[in-house]
Design a protein around this ligand. Sequence first.
Ligand code: G3I
Length: 358
Amino acid sequence: MGGHAVAAAPAGPSLQALAQRSGRNFGTAINAVRAPQESVLDAQYTALCRQECGVLVAENEMKIYGLRTGYDTFDFTRADKIAAFAKEAGLALRGHNLIWARPQYMPKWIKDHDFGAQPASAAGAWIDNHVKTLMDRYQGQITSWDVVNEAIVPETGAYEVTTLAQAMGGTLEMIDYAFRAARAAGPKVELVYNDYMGWENGSATHRKSVLKLLEDLRKKGTPVDALGVQSHLDGSPVDEREWRRFLDEVVGMGYRLIVTEFDVRDGNLPADLALRDKGVADAGKAFLDIMLSYKQCGDVLAWGLVDTYSWLQGFGRRKDGQQVRGCPYGADYQAKPLREAVAQALIHATPYQGAAKA
Ligand code: G3I
């Protein structure tokens, strides 16, 4: 796949090289399903991944709905395509995600499944098989998995409830079970709870409930190694002090941190490109400066390197209809101020001292 690179990264050290200075990796999501085409098949995109990254994550292809075709069946075609590219390019790979705790992302065949007279054991067996099948397939390649994704309703702080969780006797029980299954399948793999509580004022309820969940999991002895902080910045007012307090509590419980899905929504910023790009960069820099001041905060992954492929074009649309500019590179593959902001944050990062991966 090499050789046809259209060099896009600015001269000087790559983001990965800068991340490595403090013991981290920098990376991005990549996909095999999104229109206008698969970013994993876009030569410019993959060239940029090779230039800038040390780690990749599949945006959708390892989700239950992305690779399960039924209660007993899998289709690994798209996930394998991404894993093969990562391997060929010599990049690490994160796993996203084993169980997405939101009912809307559970396929119909699991929603409709009859778990029978002993639902907890039937659902447990399904989780065991799902977790083991995925972790075994990418054993040795994926060393960090989002085991459970988004188990909290952000607005109320209540648990998300799926039929799978109901069958297990509750969401907390389901989460605990999934992490234990993951530990059994990959004793050396980093196990992550991933969520999008943020530093925005409106995220206070979400933050509080994530803390409670992390506390409850510690009490249960659930094997969770890190909190995945998705980091989809949304441009609304933030409270840095509250955010640090949240992070302090998380690391105080012995969890590491990972920036798993970094990008910046620009809907509150002016249409003017220079002003908008500066606003995005300033927000990104302020946020990453805080995250990377924690020695327990590990890798930084963007949720897309190039605006063309960003989920925000569909889910974070601007009222004026202009393309959202929330990634480090524009649709023209030119680095934007956000790329420099990420570089600066990495340059000034506190050295990573998370627990050594066993
Ligand atoms: O594959 C179909 C395609 O066949 C169809 O033509 C097209 C029409 O809309 O839809 C395609 O599927 C979409 C898929 O993305 C691939 O583009 C789904 O409708 C759409 O729901 C899906 O959205 C993804 C979303 O998660 C839901 O899974 C986004 O790409 C992805 O960026 C987003 O990622 C999540 C993380 O997993 C968890 N954290 C939040 C983050 C952003 O929402």
